[in-house]
Design a protein around this ligand. Structure first.
Ligand code: ATP
Length: 451
């Protein structure tokens, strides 16, 4: 089914309403770098909190961790990133633009007279492919010499591996168990783009599950299925989600098996990865044991065994999942009895950045005072937006467009009997609720969505 490209609409809506801004915009913008505004930061936090709750808090076999972005440079030699975290890059000798050698827009094999630059159109100017390392380099300390080179981490996973025994011994967890962390990662992508889908600085929500060798494929299958269910549980439409099982020749150097979870972003991006589930075998821990010279074995005292655990990893990008939620929820629809249609982002109440709009119907007769007091009370429980400007219909529309699930209106009857109306974003149905029950009424619905 062809879908309209909503990414472009979301770029402008995000800026106008404060979800996402281009970085350093007043200086002309930093290419493919984005900042999260007041609504974006709430949405991202809600998503990350959901993951943390489901992965760490609600399970007793997974521990949380937060490791540093800067690590000992040997980590990246051991992990294979210094030699192997590369993409093939080609450059046009005419316009100096750089592309991935496998960019579908490139015509003809690089290095041949037929190769044509997709930007300037010149023929025979695309050089041979060379390997380009995606890690960002920087210097540690005040001297700029090779000895001081460190990398910005390209994944959170390695911070978890080098702490595997610290966490295991501190918590006395027994294999199988997992370690989860959320944090920034950096990759000097050759062709970033598609808004926040591919950027050079992004976040990851990664979980490493340590298992006994031989049970790894079983755990891989379990995590593959659980992660798909998790994305569906966020409200992403089933028919926009699919598995993509990587073929043998596509597997990364460390992987025994890998599945990507794809979401259909529509438009030119189409189905694209939002999460990877990987069976990494014992590659990482063995490498770190060899290079560091420190034993990283797990001792299974009960069965008198020691072994290097295999690792099943789930690696999700919150930026991409957030974009998927916005694309998935974005709807333009007609409203019965009204001429103007509306734009609404259908987000679960638990994920929506603002939970309730609070509106006095008119700016008189004690309504603003009542509404302000109620908004202050609700704000202690969840984010609310107080709005008294413009026609009530316009105020509803403004909240619809940012996904606010409930709008509370204080009207003439409120002043008589202390009841208010609560309008549901999706059904447009209005319920009359006693003012002192509003906080509980909304909280209940937030909790019910997404548990
Ligand atoms: P891709 O093939 O799209 O480059 P990947 O397979 O290299 O992604 P992983 O290394 O498996 O990605 O990283 C796990 C997750 O981190 C991805 O599923 C994605 O959600 C997120 N991610 C990876 N690279 C980026 C990026 N450049 N920008 C935003 N998110 C990213």
């Amino acid at each position: 089914m062809p879908q309209p490209d909503v990414l472009e609409k979301l770029v402008s809506l995000s800026k106008r309403r404060g979800f996402i801004f281009q970085s350093s915009e007043i200086y002309g913008g930093a290419a493919s770098v984005w900042d999260y505004g007041p609504l974006g930061v709430e949405l991202k936090r809600n998503l990350q909190d959901r993951w943390w709750r489901d992965i760490v808090r609600w399970r007793d076999d997974i521990e949380g961790l937060d490791t540093a972005i800067l690590m000992h440079p040997k980590v990246w030699e051991a992990s294979g990133h210094v030699s192997g975290f590369v993409d093939p890059l080609v450059e046009c000798k005419n316009c100096k633009r750089r592309f991935r050698a496998d960019d579908p827009a490139l015509k003809g094999a690089p290095g041949t007279p037929e190769a044509q630059c997709p930007v300037c159109g010149s023929k025979g100017t695309i050089g041979e492919a060379r390997q380009f390392n995606l890690m960002f380099k920087t210097f540690m300390g005040p001297v700029e010499e090779t000895a001081a080179i460190v990398y910005l981490r390209p994944e959170t996973a390695q911070g978890t591996y080098v702490n595997f025994l610290n966490v295991q011994q501190a918590t006395r967890q027994r294999v199988p168990f997992g370690i989860a962390q959320i944090g920034k990662a950096f990759r000097n992508e050759i062709t970033p783009g598609n808004f926040i889908f591919r950027t050079r600085e992004f976040e990851q929500m990664e979980m490493q599950f340590f298992v006994e060798p031989g049970t790894d494929m079983e755990w891989f299958e379990k995590w593959r299925a659980w992660r798909m269910e998790w994305h569906k549980g966020l409200g992403l439409a089933s028919d926009r989600l699919r598995f993509y099982d990587q073929k043998k020749e596509e597997l990364a150097h460390y992987a025994r098996a890998a599945t990507d979870i794809h979401f259909d972003f529509g438009g030119s991006l189409g189905f694209a990865e939002i999460e990877g589930v990987h069976n990494r075998g014992d590659f990482d821990l063995t490498q770190h044991q060899t290079v560091s010279g420190k034993r990283l074995e797990y001792v299974d005292q009960a069965n008198n065994k020691r072994f290097i655990p295999y690792i099943v990893e789930t690696a999700c990008g919150p930026n991409r999942t957030l974009l998927a939620l916005m694309v998935n929820g974005y709807t333009e629809e007609k409203v019965e009895g009204e001429e103007e249609g509306r734009t609404v982002i259908k987000l679960q109440p638990s994920l929506a950045p603002i939970k309730a709009g609070v509106f006095p119907l008119v700016k008189k007769d004690g309504m603003p005072e009542f509404a302000t007091k109620l908004a202050d009370e609700l704000r202690r429980k969840f984010p609310v937006f107080y709005d008294e400007s413009g026609a009530i219909g316009r105020r509803y529309r403004r909240q619809d467009e940012v996904g606010t699930p409930f709008c509370v209106t204080i009207d003439g009857q409120t002043i008589q009997d202390s009841t208010v109306t609560i309008r549901d974003r999706d059904t447009l149905k209005q319920d009359r609720v006693a003012a002192d029950k509003v906080a509980g009424w909304i909280s209940q619905r937030i909790d019910d969505s997404g548990s």
